[in-house]
Write a protein that binds this ligand. Structure first.
Ligand SMILES: [Zn+2]
Length: 413
């Protein structure tokens, strides 16, 4: 019989309905939630953790993290060829721990340049060797040659000898798309990340321009559907977004330069928007000191403000939203700062909480295990003093974190 622990907070957030419940206690048995009971019915016997004045909610979720790698900086991608795969992997140990201890118990990790290091981290976390969030992994970037997910800016002779693991998902044409997607999934990816447009951080690429044909994107979606998974599409420019939505991707990442037609299409198709908003502010503030190039800073200015306008329009149009931060641009562990911007640009605080719990779980297809506090869900729970449905910034400093029934931060007073 699994050990029982009962958590007694001041309020519990029901992320499915978007309501705060008072006078409830949450019973945890082993790694899962057994149920909610009236706070007055807490029996003698099991361990009771009083969280007075606190709000208990599901562990937070980031649908757009990059746990592998050093924090991005102005050196562009050159660190990728001056550092070994082992060094890259061990960055993930720190990043995963920082993420978990900040209250993020699940991430959808949307790519690493060195292929499948994310899968190795996921396995190490699952084995209990490394402290970190539950992960879904992309395995590699599926990108066109010289595109937003390629290692750009190299001299032609160096370019010719880059190891395959740094270019595993570089793809041209429908046939290669099918074979690369199949292989990335076979090597352990949970879903596929495609770069449908250029990227802000990748030198020589234009965020406004599409980088795959609709037929190429459709081939990726078809292969993922066969494998019972989905495609996440990095897309800034409107044409790239529309191709990706028509092809049937599950989410648009960034979505910075969308137009009204793209927003209507996303609403009609049920395509999620995963908008990283805090990282743009961070780059504009810290970018010059970090040594980002004028090219990158210029692209940040171009996308940052436009993204906010598009986000507000998406909220009004009923586009599904899931929290995603592009963590690794701003430091890992600062993930909750994104939610203040979701509130500033259109969501209520409760909706912002839902975007980082239940809605992110639905995006990932994991609503049967995380994102709500209900019987049979993993006991991934956090508590903060006060009410984050009044003040979303309270989630930026989480003193109590439980993952799978085990307290990883804070604990019994
Ligand atoms: Zn990203």
């Amino acid at each position: 019989m699994a050990e029982r622990v009962i958590l007694v907070p001041e309020r519990v957030i029901d992320t499915e309905r978007g309501e705060s419940l008072r006078d409830r206690a949450v019973v945890v048995a082993g790694e899962r939630v057994e149920g909610l009971i009236a706070a007055t019915d807490v029996p003698d016997g099991p361990r009771v953790i009083a969280l007075e004045g606190s709000t208990l909610l599901p562990g937070l979720m980031d649908a757009h993290s990059h746990l592998i790698g050093l924090q991005d900086a102005g050196q562009g991608y050159s660190s990728l060829i001056t550092r070994s795969g082992a060094q890259e992997a061990l960055t993930g140990v720190k990043n995963a721990r920082d993420t978990l201890l900040s209250g993020f118990t699940t991430v959808r990790d949307v790519g690493t340049f060195r292929a499948f290091v994310d899968v190795a981290l996921r396995e190490a976390i699952e084995a209990g060797w490394v402290e970190g969030p539950r992960m879904q992994c992309a395995g590699a970037y599926v990108t066109c040659p010289g595109g937003g997910g390629d290692l750009t800016g190299l001299a032609p002779d160096v370019d010719a000898v880059v190891p395959r693991e740094l270019r595993f998902g570089v793809t041209s044409g429908v046939d290669q798309m099918r074979s690369n997607v199949r292989q990335i999934l076979r090597y352990g990816a949970d879903f596929i990340k495609v770069l449908a447009t250029g990227a802000v951080l990748t030198s020589g690429t234009d965020p406004g321009l599409p980088e795959f044909t609709e037929a190429e994107l459709r081939a990726a979606v078809e292969e993922c559907t066969l494998a019972q998974t989905f495609v996440a599409a990095h897309a800034h420019g409107a044409e790239g977004i529309k191709r990706a939505v028509r092809a049937g991707v599950r989410s648009i990442e960034h979505g910075s330069l969308m137009d009204d037609e793209a927003i209507e299409m996303m609403a009609a198709h049920g395509t999620y928007l995963v908008a990283d908003m805090y990282d743009g502010d961070y780059m504009l503030e810290e970018g010059p000191a970090l040594g980002y190039t004028e090219e990158v800073l210029g692209k940040t200015r171009l996308t940052n403000h436009a993204q906010r306008e598009g986000f507000t329009k998406c909220v009004k149009a009923g586009v599904r939203i899931a929290n995603g931060t592009d963590s690794g641009i701003a430091p890992h562990g600062w993930n909750a700062r994104n939610l203040s911007l979701y509130v500033r640009f259109g969501l209520t605080p409760m909706q912002a909480i839902q975007s980082a719990t239940r809605w992110a779980a639905e995006l990932m297809g994991w609503e049967d295990r995380v994102g709500t506090i209900a019987p049979s869900m993993y006991a991934d729970l956090i508590a903060v003093p006060g009410d984050p449905a009044d003040d979303i910034t309270l989630l930026e400093d989480v003193p109590f974190v439980m993952k799978g029934g085990r307290i990883v931060k804070g604990g019994a007073p």
